[in-house]
Ligand binder design. Sequence first.
Ligand SMILES: CC/C=C\C/C=C\C/C=C\C/C=C/C(=O)SCCNC(=O)CCNC(=O)[C@H](O)C(C)(C)COP(=O)(O)OP(=O)(O)OC[C@H]1O[C@@H](n2cnc3c(N)ncnc32)[C@H](O)[C@@H]1OP(=O)(O)O
Ligand SMILES: Cc1cc2nc3c(=O)[nH]c(=O)nc-3n(C[C@H](O)[C@H](O)[C@H](O)COP(=O)(O)OP(=O)(O)OC[C@H]3O[C@@H](n4cnc5c(N)ncnc54)[C@H](O)[C@@H]3O)c2cc1C
Length: 678
Amino acid sequence: MNRYIQVGDNTNITEERQKATFDTEVLGSIIYEGQERLNRRREIAKYVEEHQDLHDPKPRAFMTRLEAIENASRKIIALKKHAEQAINASDPSENYLFQSFVMGGEGHPIALHDLLTAPVLLANCDDEQLDLWLPKALNYELNATYAQTELGHGTNLKDLETTATYDTKTEEFILNSPTITSLKWWPGNLGKSCDHVVLQAQLYIHGKCYGAHLFWVQIRDLNTHKPLPGITVGDIGPKFGMNTNDNGFLKFDHVKIPRRHMMMKHAQVDPDGTYHAPIHAKLGYSSMLYLRSILLGLFAMNLAQSAAVAIRYSVIRRQGEIVPGEGEVKILDYQTQQHRLLPQLARAFAFLATGKFIREMCFKVMQDIRSGEVGLLADLHAISCGLKATCSFQMALGIEQCRMACGGHGYSLASGLPQLYSLAVGGCTYEGENMVMLLQLARYLMKVANDVRNGGPKEEPSEIVQYYFRPAKSTTCLIDQAYDTNHQYVLDTFEHASKRATLAAYDKLQGLKQKGLSNEQAWNETAVELCKASRAHCRTFIARMFVEQVQQIADLPVKNVMNDLLELYLFYEITEAATTLMEDGYMRGQQLRFARHKVYSLLEKIRPNAVSLVDSFDFTDRQLESVLGRRDGHVYENLLAWAQSSPLNKDDIDCIYSFFTNDLGNFMLIFYRYQYSL
Ligand SMILES: CC/C=C\C/C=C\C/C=C\C/C=C/C(=O)SCCNC(=O)CCNC(=O)[C@H](O)C(C)(C)COP(=O)(O)OP(=O)(O)OC[C@H]1O[C@@H](n2cnc3c(N)ncnc32)[C@H](O)[C@@H]1OP(=O)(O)O
Ligand SMILES: Cc1cc2nc3c(=O)[nH]c(=O)nc-3n(C[C@H](O)[C@H](O)[C@H](O)COP(=O)(O)OP(=O)(O)OC[C@H]3O[C@@H](n4cnc5c(N)ncnc54)[C@H](O)[C@@H]3O)c2cc1C
């Protein structure tokens, strides 16, 4: 049952909805973790629809960067005025939802503040500091961002150059940017909007460096918004995407801040300069841990949005015949189209299940840290780094596949897909460049491999890596066994691939070291294999999360369709991992062919439910910002309306004609006449 069936919709899409074998409402409540949340989502969306001041005056594709930033500023102010009435403003998930409906993902002047300030303050400030700063942050009396990356260093935090030198005489820190490469570069909203920063700077006391620490720094006057003395700040210019965000640069020239402006929950500096180290050296990196963990759910939604656009469009668009003489088919009937799109949808569901687990694990770790417990920190750091890299990469490729699957119209900004891609692909870079993130997970996996090679773990291993220590049930792949209804043999296959990749990388690393290479040289010469191991481990983890989620579904029709998607995900991943699996003889050609045929038959089986599956996400047209992905399927007439709203169509003046009216134009006219003998 698809609840989106409406009179007046394009019949091509209505007939798709009539084919649904499951209730979109039930799946919607699974996606949004409960019927109540799904209902709230709709209420908030309805509120946004009913208030015009929360809308864009024209498609954002037709705005200049400046117009888009001004529009975003106007809307965020309107949004804050409406918040009391529209949502439960003290509930972060309602706030996030309201903002995403109104603002989209391109950014706005308080995006970073809303995303990070409260979590960073809560994780890093002592009680007295929290009392002073948190209420102001929550009441929007100030607007802060997270200033870590510098012009010269984003990845290698050990070599950040901004200094915070403690002066025992005045009990102040002196902030300084000693070189051009030490300028802060990239922080969101730093360029024009924010007045405070959470600053990562190297702490120096009596000439000794204690590494990067966090400081709370005001950079602009709260009344005039002018930079404070000693501060140079500005926007870094247009980017590949996220252009309504004013990512900025920042330079300090011996700026003084009080001692108590160092965040002192974990490390402290006494008035006399005595330093107290934190219980874990990397607690100051917890904001990255937090963001990497919550990003997975966002990646899932980005991918689902692009699948929704492409799948809806693919049942409207007719092109060519499959059976000659029977008329043009919907492009979704082509196997190639299904093969391009449906695995993206399956991955979106897989990432959603994974994101939920990691988000909950992160909240637990944050709670543990507050009570001085850091036992799970390394486990979460490793897996969240690996998953951030794996999911953002597959999401970006998936969105681009969806865009290309829409043919020419996918190239138009009317599809919304180029904007979604340019926004989403940033996730491969921010919060840690993807290769670097895979290598972080690999560090952790190499410790696991060391235990495997040396008689087992020294202590109970985390649940996430326990499979490395379990003996394999079979030395060959069994995925073609008909009775693998709970997918255990597929999971065994992924586990085999992870173990093999991890141990191969470990053995290579050890071999290189035995040949006399230093740890660092051996690491660099094994880096590609190390990344492979991390990806394989992430694939195993994601697959397990998805299997467990589907096993828990109570509603049978939804369970059936989700099981189809799960199988598609699993067998598609097997085909992607085939080289590794066949390299050691674990999988045979016959099984690869079995996996491929499973994929093809699942595409056919899922095809009738495709539109209803994406409908279950309950995306609003405002959210999708896509003429191709319109819920009512009226694509062509709206493509024309969209094109006609282009400022270029405002009048009939020829741009070249106006060019001819100036001197250079006259010259060009003469030149052309001469060239073409006009
Ligand atoms: C819902 C959301 C809505 C919207 C979001 C949309 C948009 C948001 C857009 C943009 C926001 C973007 C913000 C940013 O990008 S902020 C900047 C992010 N920067 C990074 O991520 C930098 C990446 N670099 C690092 O994280 C570290 O430098 C790196 C981990 C690579 C190395 O650190 P370091 O050199 O200090 O350590 P190592 O010697 O390599 O390792 C030592 C040891 O420490 C462990 N470690 C490292 N980090 C952590 C951590 N965070 N927690 C716990 N442990 C950590 C590491 O594993 C090593 O352990 P061991 O192997 O045992 O020695
Ligand atoms: C849209 C966007 C928003 C951002 N927002 C913020 C923000 O709000 N606050 C903030 O502080 N920062 C922000 N950043 C910065 C971001 O966190 C960094 O760009 C990111 O961490 C990557 O660092 P880098 O730019 O120095 O890349 P580099 O480290 O220079 O990466 C370049 C290449 O070098 C490789 N490389 C680097 N080190 C290694 C290594 N050890 N081993 C192997 N390969 C390596 C990388 O894999 C990559 O291929 C943002 C960036 C973007 C794009």
